[in-house]
Design a protein around this ligand. Structure first.
Ligand SMILES: [Zn+2]
Ligand SMILES: [Zn+2]
Length: 208
Protein backbone atom coordinates (compact mmCIF):
# COMPACT_ATOMS: atom_id res chain seq x y z
CA UNK A 1 0.00 0.00 0.00
CA UNK A 2 1.43 3.32 -1.05
CA UNK A 3 0.68 6.35 1.02
CA UNK A 4 1.81 8.99 -1.37
CA UNK A 5 1.81 9.73 -5.01
CA UNK A 6 0.59 6.45 -6.36
CA UNK A 7 -3.13 7.00 -6.16
CA UNK A 8 -5.43 4.61 -4.40
CA UNK A 9 -4.39 1.12 -5.28
CA UNK A 10 -6.98 -0.93 -7.01
CA UNK A 11 -5.79 -3.68 -4.82
CA UNK A 12 -9.03 -4.29 -3.04
CA UNK A 13 -7.55 -7.20 -1.12
CA UNK A 14 -4.76 -5.05 0.32
CA UNK A 15 -7.22 -2.41 1.47
CA UNK A 16 -9.46 -5.08 2.93
CA UNK A 17 -6.57 -6.62 4.86
CA UNK A 18 -5.58 -3.23 6.24
CA UNK A 19 -9.08 -2.46 7.29
CA UNK A 20 -9.64 -5.88 8.88
CA UNK A 21 -6.38 -5.46 10.80
CA UNK A 22 -7.44 -2.06 12.16
CA UNK A 23 -10.96 -3.21 12.90
CA UNK A 24 -9.89 -6.44 14.56
CA UNK A 25 -11.54 -8.98 12.31
CA UNK A 26 -12.62 -9.64 8.75
CA UNK A 27 -16.39 -9.38 8.45
CA UNK A 28 -19.05 -8.53 5.85
CA UNK A 29 -18.99 -4.96 7.17
CA UNK A 30 -15.33 -4.60 6.20
CA UNK A 31 -15.99 -5.81 2.68
CA UNK A 32 -19.00 -3.55 2.33
CA UNK A 33 -17.19 -0.57 3.87
CA UNK A 34 -14.10 -0.93 1.70
CA UNK A 35 -16.20 -1.23 -1.43
CA UNK A 36 -18.42 1.67 -0.43
CA UNK A 37 -15.34 3.83 0.19
CA UNK A 38 -13.68 2.92 -3.11
CA UNK A 39 -16.87 3.76 -4.96
CA UNK A 40 -17.33 6.98 -2.99
CA UNK A 41 -13.78 8.21 -3.53
CA UNK A 42 -13.95 7.40 -7.21
CA UNK A 43 -17.27 9.22 -7.55
CA UNK A 44 -15.85 12.45 -6.09
CA UNK A 45 -12.57 12.17 -7.99
CA UNK A 46 -10.49 11.74 -4.86
CA UNK A 47 -8.70 8.50 -5.55
CA UNK A 48 -5.55 9.35 -3.63
CA UNK A 49 -7.05 9.80 -0.15
CA UNK A 50 -3.81 9.42 1.77
CA UNK A 51 -1.71 11.48 -0.65
CA UNK A 52 -2.75 14.19 -3.04
CA UNK A 53 -6.41 14.28 -1.93
CA UNK A 54 -5.58 14.02 1.76
CA UNK A 55 -6.95 17.45 2.62
CA UNK A 56 -9.95 17.50 0.36
CA UNK A 57 -12.08 14.63 1.63
CA UNK A 58 -14.81 14.63 4.24
CA UNK A 59 -17.03 11.67 5.04
CA UNK A 60 -20.37 11.59 6.81
CA UNK A 61 -21.10 8.14 8.19
CA UNK A 62 -24.66 7.29 9.17
CA UNK A 63 -23.80 4.15 11.14
CA UNK A 64 -21.53 3.25 14.02
CA UNK A 65 -20.99 -0.29 12.88
CA UNK A 66 -18.23 -2.48 11.43
CA UNK A 67 -18.32 -0.71 8.06
CA UNK A 68 -17.52 2.62 9.72
CA UNK A 69 -14.03 1.37 10.59
CA UNK A 70 -13.52 0.31 6.98
CA UNK A 71 -14.50 3.78 5.77
CA UNK A 72 -11.96 5.30 8.15
CA UNK A 73 -9.27 2.85 7.07
CA UNK A 74 -9.70 3.42 3.33
CA UNK A 75 -10.37 7.16 3.32
CA UNK A 76 -8.00 8.14 6.13
CA UNK A 77 -10.78 10.37 7.45
CA UNK A 78 -11.30 10.39 11.20
CA UNK A 79 -13.29 12.06 13.93
CA UNK A 80 -10.09 13.50 15.39
CA UNK A 81 -9.11 15.11 12.11
CA UNK A 82 -12.66 16.44 11.84
CA UNK A 83 -12.89 14.85 8.42
CA UNK A 84 -15.31 12.16 9.56
CA UNK A 85 -18.70 13.20 10.84
CA UNK A 86 -20.94 10.78 12.64
CA UNK A 87 -24.61 11.25 11.85
CA UNK A 88 -26.54 8.97 14.16
CA UNK A 89 -29.18 7.79 11.67
CA UNK A 90 -28.73 4.06 12.13
CA UNK A 91 -28.46 3.56 8.37
CA UNK A 92 -25.85 1.66 6.40
CA UNK A 93 -24.96 4.76 4.43
CA UNK A 94 -22.21 7.32 4.01
CA UNK A 95 -21.66 10.53 2.09
CA UNK A 96 -18.31 11.30 0.51
CA UNK A 97 -17.56 14.97 -0.07
CA UNK A 98 -14.78 16.55 -2.05
CA UNK A 99 -14.11 19.80 -0.17
CA UNK A 100 -12.19 21.25 -3.09
CA UNK A 101 -14.88 20.84 -5.70
CA UNK A 102 -18.04 20.47 -3.62
CA UNK A 103 -18.82 17.24 -5.39
CA UNK A 104 -20.57 14.77 -3.08
CA UNK A 105 -22.26 11.40 -3.28
CA UNK A 106 -24.38 9.59 -0.73
CA UNK A 107 -24.08 5.83 -0.92
CA UNK A 108 -26.57 3.49 0.71
CA UNK A 109 -26.15 -0.25 1.02
CA UNK A 110 -29.16 -1.76 -0.74
CA UNK A 111 -31.41 -3.95 1.31
CA UNK A 112 -31.76 -6.28 -1.72
CA UNK A 113 -28.02 -6.93 -1.52
CA UNK A 114 -28.59 -8.99 1.62
CA UNK A 115 -30.94 -11.25 -0.31
CA UNK A 116 -28.71 -11.43 -3.41
CA UNK A 117 -25.81 -12.27 -1.13
CA UNK A 118 -27.68 -15.22 0.30
CA UNK A 119 -28.58 -16.47 -3.18
CA UNK A 120 -25.05 -15.99 -4.46
CA UNK A 121 -23.48 -18.91 -2.65
CA UNK A 122 -26.36 -21.25 -1.75
CA UNK A 123 -23.95 -24.13 -1.29
CA UNK A 124 -22.21 -22.36 1.61
CA UNK A 125 -23.69 -23.39 4.90
CA UNK A 126 -22.54 -20.48 7.01
CA UNK A 127 -24.74 -17.51 6.02
CA UNK A 128 -22.14 -15.12 7.41
CA UNK A 129 -19.39 -16.57 5.24
CA UNK A 130 -21.72 -16.54 2.23
CA UNK A 131 -22.52 -12.90 2.83
CA UNK A 132 -18.84 -12.06 3.14
CA UNK A 133 -18.01 -13.90 -0.08
CA UNK A 134 -20.93 -12.38 -1.97
CA UNK A 135 -20.07 -8.83 -0.95
CA UNK A 136 -16.70 -9.34 -2.62
CA UNK A 137 -18.16 -10.24 -5.99
CA UNK A 138 -21.55 -8.57 -6.38
CA UNK A 139 -21.39 -5.57 -8.73
CA UNK A 140 -21.54 -2.07 -7.22
CA UNK A 141 -24.97 -1.51 -8.73
CA UNK A 142 -26.37 -4.46 -6.80
CA UNK A 143 -24.70 -3.54 -3.55
CA UNK A 144 -25.33 0.17 -3.45
CA UNK A 145 -27.57 2.98 -4.52
CA UNK A 146 -25.74 6.22 -5.17
CA UNK A 147 -27.10 9.76 -5.29
CA UNK A 148 -25.35 13.01 -6.08
CA UNK A 149 -25.94 15.33 -3.13
CA UNK A 150 -25.07 18.81 -1.92
CA UNK A 151 -23.60 19.16 1.57
CA UNK A 152 -23.13 22.50 3.32
CA UNK A 153 -20.33 22.36 5.86
CA UNK A 154 -20.27 25.20 8.39
CA UNK A 155 -16.94 26.88 9.12
CA UNK A 156 -17.06 25.60 12.73
CA UNK A 157 -17.22 22.03 11.44
CA UNK A 158 -14.16 22.29 9.23
CA UNK A 159 -10.71 20.93 10.10
CA UNK A 160 -8.27 23.44 11.53
CA UNK A 161 -7.93 25.46 14.69
CA UNK A 162 -11.02 25.95 16.88
CA UNK A 163 -13.00 28.98 15.77
CA UNK A 164 -14.18 29.87 19.25
CA UNK A 165 -13.69 28.93 22.87
CA UNK A 166 -16.06 30.18 25.54
CA UNK A 167 -16.72 29.14 29.15
CA UNK A 168 -20.15 27.81 30.06
CA UNK A 169 -21.88 30.24 32.42
CA UNK A 170 -23.23 27.33 34.46
CA UNK A 171 -20.53 24.67 34.79
CA UNK A 172 -17.49 26.74 33.81
CA UNK A 173 -16.25 24.15 31.32
CA UNK A 174 -14.98 25.48 28.02
CA UNK A 175 -16.91 24.94 24.82
CA UNK A 176 -15.18 25.11 21.43
CA UNK A 177 -16.35 25.66 17.91
CA UNK A 178 -19.62 27.45 18.59
CA UNK A 179 -21.28 24.52 20.31
CA UNK A 180 -22.43 26.85 23.10
CA UNK A 181 -26.07 27.85 23.37
CA UNK A 182 -27.69 31.05 24.50
CA UNK A 183 -29.82 30.68 27.60
CA UNK A 184 -31.33 33.78 29.20
CA UNK A 185 -28.54 36.04 28.00
CA UNK A 186 -25.77 33.60 28.97
CA UNK A 187 -23.73 31.19 26.95
CA UNK A 188 -24.03 27.67 28.28
CA UNK A 189 -22.87 24.26 27.12
CA UNK A 190 -25.32 21.81 25.59
CA UNK A 191 -25.63 19.53 28.63
CA UNK A 192 -26.31 22.54 30.86
CA UNK A 193 -28.85 23.86 28.38
CA UNK A 194 -30.78 20.71 27.66
CA UNK A 195 -29.36 17.80 29.61
CA UNK A 196 -26.47 15.53 28.69
CA UNK A 197 -25.88 11.83 28.30
CA UNK A 198 -24.40 11.62 31.82
CA UNK A 199 -25.51 12.42 35.33
CA UNK A 200 -22.90 13.56 37.84
CA UNK A 201 -22.89 11.39 40.94
CA UNK A 202 -19.99 12.97 42.76
CA UNK A 203 -18.26 16.30 42.17
CA UNK A 204 -14.68 16.86 41.06
CA UNK A 205 -12.52 14.77 43.36
CA UNK A 206 -9.44 16.80 42.56
CA UNK A 207 -11.09 20.11 43.47
CA UNK A 208 -10.01 20.31 47.10
ZN1 LIG B 1 -16.75 -6.33 12.06
ZN1 LIG C 1 -22.10 23.76 31.19
Amino acid sequence: MHNTGMGITDDFEVLLQESAATHGHLCPGQVLGVRMSLLGLKSINAEDPKGRDRKSIMVFVEMDRCATDAVQSVTGCSLGKRTMKFMDYGKMAATFLNLRTGKAVRIVAREEARISARQCFPEMEDPYAAQLAAYRVLPDAELFSVAAVRVAVSPEDMPGRPLSRVPCARCGEYVQDRREQKLGGDFVCRPCASGGYYRILQGDRYAE
